[in-house]
Ligand binder design. Structure first.
Ligand SMILES: [Zn+2]
Length: 318
């Protein structure tokens, strides 16, 4: 798939918030690119007033063109202060021929987001759009900050929102930008090649445009239908949950997740969740299994969470 770093940009005369959509930071996840093009086209028609700026950026351009998750390493695990400082130091010394493809990608993406923040005429919101290899319920993930929780609450997203997931993953794009000038969240839209995944991400973008204040509530006629469609995707899952713990694993642990869990799923106390070389891993209470590891490699066996009240989202917690 051909794509340029800037998928599209709309700037209103009237100042206001900026919404940045990042799509394809994993190069095999193209749904977010289609979804952000649709939303830019919709706003560009001119019949809906908006303020501020809407910017869509491609994440890992080289990997998108090759249809791979990444070329040399995962571009969504490199957003730490230390790694960004190292990249800035490389740039300062004009060492631009780094052999690692993702160094170039991160440098360009960094520059594009910094430029958007620098020219912003209001608060800046960032949405990182993903899809998954397995089928599953679309969901939103963010950290624990009051700004993120308030943003999620304002969007009234009917999808499950998982609070605190990003705080437990090292180097995620949205966690980094949440600490550097944006209010940022991650959205998983569904299975990579399912056309409904594009619809889901488009619907989420319409609703976060409202939550950011770029468009007035219900100014986009399709927003109500978007909310209803997403509500139908949630099934029996709670609207809001928080991560209680992460089941970290090592390659030599022999970890095997029990089959049958969805990407967000209920588990009962004492239910068998997984096995490793030490034996059975069972739920210690009723709760929610989040992102069970079924394929590939990773350091996260699964996350353990619990449902919380959506109304609590706008209040800060201890
Ligand atoms: Zn992804």
């Amino acid at each position: 798939m051909e794509v340029s770093r800037e998928i599209g940009r709309l700037v209103a005369e009237a100042p206001g918030a900026t919404l940045i959509a990042v799509a394809g930071i994993h190069g095999n996840e193209h749904a977010g690119i289609h979804a952000s093009r649709r939303v830019l086209d919709r706003l560009g028609r001119g019949d809906v007033g908006f303020t501020g700026e809407v910017l869509a950026l491609a994440g890992n351009v080289g990997a998108i063109e090759e249809g791979r998750r990444f070329v040399n390493h995962d571009l969504n695990r490199v957003w730490s202060d230390a790694q960004v400082a190292a990249l800035d130091a490389l740039n300062a010394h004009h060492e631009h021929d780094a052999p690692i493809a993702e160094h170039h990608e991160q440098r360009d993406l960094l520059a594009a987001i910094r430029a958007a923040i620098a020219r912003a005429r209001g608060p800046v919101f960032l949405v990182d759009l993903h899809s998954t290899s397995a089928a599953g319920v679309p969901f939103v993930a963010c950290g624990m900050s009051a700004e993120q929780r308030a943003f999620i609450a304002r969007a009234e997203l009917p999808l499950p929102s998982i609070i605190g997931l990003e705080d437990k993953v090292d180097g995620a794009l949205s966690a980094y930008w949440n600490a550097h000038g944006c209010t940022a969240v991650t959205v998983e839209g569904g299975q990579h090649d399912d056309p409904a995944t594009i619809d889901n991400l488009e619907a989420v973008l319409l609703l976060v445009l409202e939550a950011a204040g770029v468009v007035a509530k219900n100014a986009v006629p399709e927003a109500a239908a978007a909310r209803a469609a997403l509500d139908g995707r949630r099934g029996d899952l709670p609207r809001m949950m928080e991560v209680v713990s992460r089941f970290a694993i090592t390659p030599d642990q022999g970890f095997t997740m029990m089959p049958g869990f969805r990407n967000v799923d209920y588990a009962r106390a004492l239910q068998l969740l997984a096995r490793d070389k030490n034996g059975e891993i069972r739920a210690t209470a009723d709760g929610i299994v989040i992102l069970p590891l079924y394929q590939g490699q990773g350091n996260d066996g699964f996350f353990w969470g619990r449902a919380i009240e959506p109304e609590g989202a706008s209040h800060s917690r201890e």
